[in-house]
Design a protein around this ligand. Sequence first.
Ligand SMILES: NC(=O)C1=CN([C@@H]2O[C@H](COP(=O)(O)OP(=O)(O)OC[C@H]3O[C@@H](n4cnc5c(N)ncnc54)[C@H](O)[C@@H]3O)[C@@H](O)[C@H]2O)C=CC1
Ligand SMILES: CC(=O)CC(=O)O
Length: 256
Amino acid sequence: MLKGKTALVTGSTSGIGLGIAKALAQQGASIVLNGFGDADKPKAEIESLGARVVHHGADMSKPSDIEDMMKFAAARFDRVDILVNNAGIQHVAKVEDFPVDRWDAVIAINLTSAFHTTRLAVPAMREANWGRIVNIASAHGLVASAQKSAYVAAKHGIVGLTKAVALETATTGITCNAICPGWVLTPLVQKQIDDRSAREGISVAQAQNDLLGEKQPSLQFTTVEQLGGLAVFLCSSAADQVRGVAWQVDGGWTAQ
Ligand SMILES: NC(=O)C1=CN([C@@H]2O[C@H](COP(=O)(O)OP(=O)(O)OC[C@H]3O[C@@H](n4cnc5c(N)ncnc54)[C@H](O)[C@@H]3O)[C@@H](O)[C@H]2O)C=CC1
Ligand SMILES: CC(=O)CC(=O)O
């Protein structure tokens, strides 16, 4: 379905980004991976699906790195047809204790990076009159939790950015949508489970159950495969008129 298309997925050496990159590769897209850590393993996993794949290690908090990555993607694969803004970090602290450098990093990586990739990707998408922008927001793009001021602000921001870009591109073949997952068991969440276990003196299994029970009525994690499936749908022609949505995949979190 996506043969001949190129997908750039930010923060895709791990977790949700890697899951979405694999799902798009399975549909025939060429993949530009981005993210920290060992890129060889995720690259090999995508190659084994028969897709072309390259990696760029841009730090998404640095606009000049992002510009370099977008030029690199265009040079390797002509243009970016599908942009998945996924890179993200978390920091948990009360607002009065929130380290200023952590606030700046969360806003830069989780929100401002998507502005830069989008502004740089849209001109070629307009020229082709086709494009897909999928922003990975969160249940925290729609509702808040205590001690996550930067993350909640960034995720609400990315839902707003999604709607504005969807309106600006509404008469074109470019769509822009957000996915709002609930808890997904990735390193970003495992750290919160481990911290909770240590803080409360309970087992990791108990901390995991408590984390789910507090927010996610299904009591089950959303999986990266489920998010990959939704990203593939948003890239299909069936989703041509899906524009500016913030689509929950949160086990009922935001239905409460
Ligand atoms: N895990 C969860 O429960 C949920 C996660 N999300 C969002 O999904 C996205 C991915 O998160 P996860 O897969 O859970 O986390 P993760 O920690 O498994 O993956 C994060 C990815 O971003 C990359 N990254 C981090 N900082 C970067 C930087 N400065 N520049 C470039 N790449 C960077 C990492 O190398 C990694 O590839 C984030 O935006 C997160 O907010 C949204 C809802 C729920
Ligand atoms: C649900 C999420 O987006 C993850 C988190 O809040 O840490």
